[in-house]
Design a protein around this ligand. Structure first.
Ligand code: HSE
Length: 428
């Protein structure tokens, strides 16, 4: 009979308590599937007295996660505390140094230190697994490292921050401005302690950088992700985009191009009738494209107790079964430094601007666009009561540089009022 697999859980927030519940509720199932018992030896959190709606009395308690990581009765250190430095990093390093396997839900830690941590663990013959760090309950790390291992990956794409998707879809369905829905999201407890992690695109950028490392065999390079949050998206843009057949999503895209690795997390227009366009509320979706498999779409809960704990347990069961995969799908020391693409692939763009309603105004704008090599695909001018004509333009494929040059020249035309908006249209 195999020895039980002994867990130490650092962090008893939503995810940590979810893991405890699964271990307690599914003890028999876990044993049947793993071929050995899975038990919790010890736990650690900031407060021992907080009511967590779960019985912890059978487990040893450690105030210090580093002490937990070093315990002799822990085989697998589960890090569900969060934070890219401080105790999470110290405890993960201590676990690796003490010869433990690590299961982490911490995207920020891995996006910043994943390469060094993976090299250290793999040098000692141990594993770091992080299914729960990307898109919550969606088994996207498994899909990439295992299910699609025989493919050259062409593109990884996705909506990987449920809070932003909630805000954007709620703005549209209720016709509410960004500030109002942001406040609603705060009241509902959807926002991270630092909301900029969500609405600034950082949390989703962390996740994208981890997927890119697996997909393209490159070292995690979060600093090279081109990041833009959703704070500038107005209800006007959401309505106008819908009129033209699009939805606005905070979309992450990673692809290897002739110019290098492109990683961007930014608001994009996607066709309203595409799977990404139809993604509701706080849900996540990841789209993976491989040379043999074509496109596959994974959709599910990107956060929350059950879904995230489900992902943690998938990694725990792998370790219990003896499945030992490299952190990023190939030995960490073989990952290469990516060359970051200096420019993004050409795409159509959506432009919204207000023009003085006088003869020749549109012609002046069209001239600037033409001078920059930007061709207009569709255009619409909306009815208006005052002298400002709202105009929407959808361009043919062009570069972000050309769009930026054109935008910088528009004020000199004397006919563009306020600041025009430009949003990339992603073909999905
Ligand atoms: N704050 C994230 C989200 C969940 O809204 O999707 C944790 O990554």
């Amino acid at each position: 009979m195999s020895q039980p697999l002994k867990l130490g859980i650092a962090g008893l927030g939503t995810v940590g308590t979810g893991v405890v519940k699964i271990v307690q509720k599914h003890a028999d199932l876990l044993e049947q599937r793993s071929g050995r018992k899975v038990v919790i030896s010890a736990v650690s959190a900031r407060s021992r007295t907080k009511n967590r709606d779960v019985d912890l009395s059978a487990y040893a308690w450690e105030d210090d996660p580093v002490a937990l990581a070093r315990r002799k009765d822990v085989d697998v250190f589960i890090e569900v505390m969060g934070g890219h430095d401080g105790p999470a990093k110290a405890a993960t390093e201590a676990a690796i140094a003490s010869g433990k396997d690590v299961v982490s839900a911490n995207k920020a830690l891995l996006a910043h230190h994943g390469q060094a941590l993976a090299e250290a663990a793999e040098a000692k013959g141990h594993v770091i697994r992080f299914e729960a760090a990307v898109a919550g309950g969606i088994p996207v790390i498994k899909a990439l490292t295992e299910g699609l291992a025989g493919n050259q990956i062409r593109r990884v794409m996705g909506v990987m921050n449920g809070t932003c998707n909630y805000i954007l879809t709620r703005m549209e369905s209720a016709g509410l401005p960004y500030e109002t829905v942001f406040e609603e999201a705060r009241q509902l407890g959807y926002l991270e302690a630092d909301p900029n992690l969500d609405v600034g695109g950082i949390d989703a950028g962390h996740k994208l950088s981890l997927l890119a490392a697996i997909a393209f065999g490159t070292k995690v390079s979060f600093d090279a992700v081109d990041l833009e949050g959703i704070g500038r998206i107005s209800i006007d843009d959401i309505r106008r985009a819908a009129d033209m057949g699009y939805k606005i999503k905070l979309l992450g895209v990673a692809q290897m191009t002739g110019r290098g690795l492109e990683q961007r997390m930014s608001p994009c227009l996607v066709p309203a009738d595409s799977p990404l366009g139809q993604l509701p509320g706080g849900t996540n979706m990841v789209v993976l494209e491989g040379d043999s498999v074509g496109q596959i779409v994974l959709r599910g809960a990107g956060a929350g107790e059950g879904p995230t704990a489900s992902a943690v347990m998938a990694d725990v069961i792998d370790i219990a079964r003896g499945t030992r995969l490299s952190t990023f799908g190939q030995p960490a020391r073989t990952l290469v430094d990516p060359i970051a693409a200096q420019a993004t692939a050409p795409a159509p763009f959506y432009l919204r601007m207000a023009l003085s309603d006088k003869p020749g105004a549109l012609a002046k704008v069209a001239t600037v666009l033409g001078d920059e090599g930007i061709s207009i695909d569709r255009m619409r001018q909306y009815g208006h009561a005052d002298a400002n004509a709202p105009v929407l333009i959808v361009t043919h494929k062009t570069t972000r540089d050309a769009i930026d040059h054109a935008l910088s020249r528009l004020p000199a035309t004397g006919v563009v009022l306020g600041e025009p908006v430009a949003i990339r249209i992603e073909s999905v």
